[in-house]
Design a protein around this ligand. Structure first.
Ligand code: FES
Length: 171
């Protein structure tokens, strides 16, 4: 995306929140969602600071405080696997092993095509459907090998087009 298109996209998102500095987190989340590489670039953060009349350091502080905000490029789909006790007991390590094998990467890595990033995270409140994962902040539970194979196949298929972003899959 060239600079003009990027700034125009930033303006649209910031305007959606009435250029309000109180909505900074929502603005940053939306900006991240709209980014091809799922992260907030320095250029983007500086622009937000200028538009909201905030110090750059204030925007950086928020962008680096919240774990759901990325300041380094990630895959188009960020897959988070819960490994807290209830999910662990229900087989989260197996989920990790299967995903690592399906994608050919380890936890913390991104596939060479930029499509998937794997993260191990703590409980996100879906313990009753353990083992659970999140893909782009949507929760999927009672995960099995078949479900993982299916979701990865679907995401690989649709991931190459624009509609593939922020999609919710029904198992
Ligand atoms: S322990 Fe995994 S979501 Fe709560």
């Amino acid at each position: 995306m060239d600079e003009t298109a990027l700034f125009s996209q930033l303006d649209t998102i910031i305007a959606k929140y009435d250029n309000s500095k109180e909505r900074l987190i929502q603005i940053l989340l939306d900006l991240q969602k709209s980014s091809e590489q799922n992260y907030l670039s320095e250029e983007c953060l500086e622009y937000v600071a200028e538009k909201l009349n905030l110090k750059e350091s204030q925007v950086y502080e928020v962008a680096t405080f919240y774990s759901m905000l990325n300041h380094k490029p990630k895959g188009r789909y960020v897959i988070e696997i819960c490994d807290s006790a209830p999910c662990h007991v229900c087989g989260s390590q197996k989920v990790i092993d299967i995903l690592e094998e399906l994608l050919g990467i380890k936890i913390g890595e991104t596939t060479a095509d930029g499509m998937f990033t794997l993260h191990q995270v703590s409980c996100f409140g879906a313990c009753e459907i353990s083992p659970a994962i999140k893909i782009d902040n949507k929760v999927y539970g009672n995960i099995t090998k078949e479900k993982l194979e299916s979701v990865i196949r679907i995401l690989k298929y649709i991931g190459g087009n624009e509609r593939g972003k922020n999609i919710e899959i029904d198992f």
